[in-house]
Design a protein around this ligand. Structure first.
Ligand SMILES: NC(=O)c1ccc[n+]([C@@H]2O[C@H](COP(=O)([O-])OP(=O)(O)OC[C@H]3O[C@@H](n4cnc5c(N)ncnc54)[C@H](OP(=O)(O)O)[C@@H]3O)[C@@H](O)[C@H]2O)c1
Length: 267
């Protein structure tokens, strides 16, 4: 795959390093061409620096590794992106990163999609610190870090899922692009854990099955009205609204709900 990286900061460098160990054809650009050249020189021969205006024509898939306020400009300055798959990795925080600057009714990913109409936007990697991204892929059979990805275009999602797996991560389909409204707060929680809670930046969130009896619901089974975050499938209720029979069991002092698994099965 021909992969183009926009931005030569923490994430751009880490992408170049990780992708440089794959068989992909990787190009990188930044607004200061010297920054891109330095990254390419540091990570090895598989990564080439190109002028930013030539980036889109040099790649089938672009990774937008710039801060949220610069995303629209950076895409515009990268050449025609019509028909290209673009990965948005941003956590759209306030300048001091103490809170999200946008959310609830939109997300960075949806704003990029609006700004770059014709491009196929996929949200991914925003829950992965540069430190984790820049590490060597794990040995075969070792546990892999999960990368959540969300988007509306099936082919673009397929390409991004393949890219994620080719980098040694586990690709986790997180549904439609509007689910970026969930992924971006998760990215901020990851930042909280890494910095404020002092866990360090060698961490990543993961979703795990906790019981073999839990009902599995795949993202592609989740229907949603256009423009809305993922709606729950038939038979599922929103968390906090247990069905009547379960409510009465929960009230009963003799209720013997067996840990989390019973609840998980019934929601
Ligand atoms: N750092 C992390 O661990 C992490 C983790 C997950 C997600 N993210 C997200 O990843 C994105 C990048 O973060 P970062 O830490 O890599 O930021 P960073 O170190 O500040 O790097 C940003 C890069 O983008 C370049 N840039 C800015 N505007 C541009 C434009 N118009 N055209 C081309 N290049 C432009 C910058 O160039 P200049 O140096 O010239 O400004 C710089 O090379 C952000 O959206 C962030 O939320 C970061």
């Amino acid at each position: 795959m021909r992969v183009g990286i926009i931005g030569a900061g923490n994430m751009g460098t880490a992408f170049a390093r990780r992708l440089g160990s794959t068989s992909h054809d990787v190009v990188i650009a930044s607004r200061d061409p010297d920054d891109a050249r330095n990254v390419a020189a540091t990570v090895g021969a598989r990564v080439r620096a190109v002028p930013q205006r030539q980036l889109a024509e040099s790649a089938d898939l672009l990774i937008l590794a710039v801060p949220y306020p610069h995303q629209a400009d950076a895409l515009r300055e990268s050449g025609p992106v019509e028909g290209k798959t673009v990965i948005d990795i941003a956590n759209p925080g306030t300048p001091d990163m103490s809170a999200l600057a946008i959310g609830h009714t939109t997300s960075a990913a949806e704003e990029v999609a609006r700004a770059a109409s014709g491009a196929k936007i996929v949200k991914a990697f925003n829950t992965i610190f540069a430190q984790v991204l820049g590490e060597r892929p794990p040995a075969a059979g070792a546990p892999r870090v999960q990368v959540f990805y969300a988007g509306d275009d099936a082919a673009a999602k397929g390409a991004v899922g393949s890219l994620i797996e080719s980098m040694g991560f586990e690709a986790v389909d997180a549904g439609p692009l509007t689910n970026a409204r969930y992924l971006e707060p998760l990215g901020m929680l990851n930042i909280y854990f890494g910095y404020a809670a002092k866990m360090g930046t060698d961490i990543a969130p993961a979703v795990r099955k906790v019981s073999p009896q839990t009902t599995e619901v795949r993202a592609d089974q989740v229907a949603r009205p256009a423009g809305q975050p993922g709606a729950l499938p038939d038979g599922m209720r929103a968390p906090g609204r247990p069905r009547a029979r379960l409510r009465s069991r929960m009230r009963s002092p003799h209720s013997r709900l067996s840990g989390g698994s019973r609840l998980t099965q019934r929601v």
